[in-house]
Design a protein around this ligand. Structure first.
Ligand SMILES: [Zn+2]
Length: 457
């Protein structure tokens, strides 16, 4: 007799489809099979039974240029729960001269007790640490503390590592057994192009895209790939949204390099045309930028074929007031989507015929868990955490943050997907065996989530 049995659902995993029951004991999945008996039962008839979503790239309460991104750990994780995401990975950003473990402890202290789902953290190596060998000596300790992935940038003042610093940091991470997640753009040239645009009076939001050429993104990826290969360090390229960047990843792989890529809903559902729609154009600014329809089509193809392996959100919300700036260089970058990610990919991917059900789960749950070293997440199989979503593929949902019509729990006062009518939405969500969403209502607590110490990929 198990604690809980989920009956009569269609289980969907990255490996296949199966009509079966799922039995849970304590916090873990105990069995998948037929005629399983439990003290409690949850009826999944008509629902897909899928692993809880894993969003490997989010920014809750991120301090940036005097502002803080709109979702706190609490509001963002409640939105994640309601959307069927049961694990997210945020970031530690050390201050100058701050030891990595001190920065990790400080970020954990901000999150612990304020998260509705489980979370993990990437460790950022900013410019000041990448240039300081004594701080790279902290990398093994950060790895041992469960921070096994290290975020680096090839752009942005204060964050950017030049090729030599990037190579040195890649070597330090590889020696510790970790992997690197990378914001890949040719930063110094972008800074020049942006300054030239401002000097010429070109300040509209579309200049954001025009001053960040896709091919300079691709050359940055190609350079980083070779440095990672030389350092023998696994490399993930974050937020890939154009054909040239995909080609750079694919050809690096063909040269035997351990490189992989993620994309995000904004690159699958929006294009740079969004910047041209009048005063609202500023809100869609994110980096790397939105691109053309042809690029969007290429990203969908890459997700279907395996050229890209993960869809995360890069959830980084700002209010409309914060987005309304006089010129494009002052607009804080990032858009929200942590709540709707699973459903957006189901609707635009599975329902509209671009990817299979199994691929949907691989991209949103299983691949990010495996590649991020989340050993107990992303699968429906005995021994894994009982993070399970009962997803109703027939449920209609209109996404909205309009006052009086809100269907989302994200804190920002807008969504890029306002008015979009989705087919399919999570009905029930379990976190380690406990129901935290019942009939689309959050019934958990912000004490439910835990920091997950990760291992190697
Ligand atoms: Zn990001």
């Amino acid at each position: 007799m198990h604690d809980l049995v989920i009956h009569s659902g269609q289980i969907i995993t990255a490996g296949g489809l199966e009509q079966a029951d799922v039995a849970i004991d304590g916090e873990a999945i105990a069995a998948v099979g037929h005629r399983l008996e439990g003290r409690q039962r949850l009826d999944a008839a008509g629902c897909y039974v899928i692993p809880g979503g894993v969003d490997e790239h989010v920014h809750m309460q991120l301090p940036l240029a005097g502002r803080v991104s709109t979702d706190t750990f609490a509001t963002g994780s409640i939105a994640a729960a309601c959307g069927g995401t049961t694990t997210f990975i945020d970031f530690v950003t050390p201050n100058p001269a701050e030891p990595l473990l001190d920065a990790l402890a400080a970020r954990q202290a901000e999150a612990d007790g304020h998260v509705a789902v489980d979370y993990a953290l990437h460790m950022t190596i900013p410019s000041w640490h990448g240039a300081a060998a004594e701080r790279l000596a902290d990398v093994p300790a950060a790895f041992a503390a469960g921070c096994t992935t290290f975020k680096m940038y090839q752009a942005y003042d204060g964050m950017m590592l030049d090729d030599a610093a990037l190579y040195r940091a890649l070597c330090a991470v590889a020696a510790a057994g970790g992997s690197v997640v990378l914001h890949s753009e040719t930063g110094p040239v972008l800074d020049l192009l942006r300054a030239e645009a401002l000097a010429a009076g070109r300040t509209a939001p579309i200049e954001h895209e025009r001053t960040r050429p896709a091919r300079l993104e691709a050359t940055a990826i190609a350079r980083a790939a070779e440095l990672a290969h030389l350092a023998a360090c696994p490399l993930l390229i974050f937020h890939v949204g154009n054909a040239a960047a995909i080609d750079a990843i694919t050809s690096a792989r063909a040269r035997g390099i351990d490189i992989w890529g993620e994309s995000c809903p904004q690159y699958l559902l929006l294009t740079a045309e969004a910047h041209l729609g009048g005063p609202d154009g500023a809100r869609f600014i994110c980096a790397p930028p939105l691109r053309s329809q042809a690029d969007q089509d290429a990203v969908w193809r890459a997700l279907a074929t395996g050229a890209l392996e993960v869809v995360s959100t890069d959830h980084c919300p700002w209010t409309l007031a914060e987005k309304a700036q006089a010129n494009f260089t002052q607009i804080p970058g990032g858009v929200p989507s942590i709540e709707a990610r699973l459903a957006l990919l189901h609707h635009a991917g599975v329902h509209e015929g671009r990817i299979s059900l199994q691929r949907w789960i691989a991209l949103c749950c299983t691949n990010p868990a495996r590649r991020m070293g989340l050993a107990r997440k992303g699968e429906i199989a005995p021994g894994f955490d009982a993070d399970i979503v009962l997803f109703d593929p027939a449920r209609a949902k209109t996404l909205s943050r309009r006052p009086g019509h809100e269907t989302l729990h994200e804190a920002a006062d807008w969504t890029p997907y306002e008015g979009m009518e989705l087919k399919g939405w999570p009905r029930h969500v379990l976190l380690r065996g406990r129901q935290i969403v019942r009939d689309e209502a959050w019934v958990g607590s912000v004490a439910d989530g835990r920091f997950v110490a990760r291992g190697s990929a």
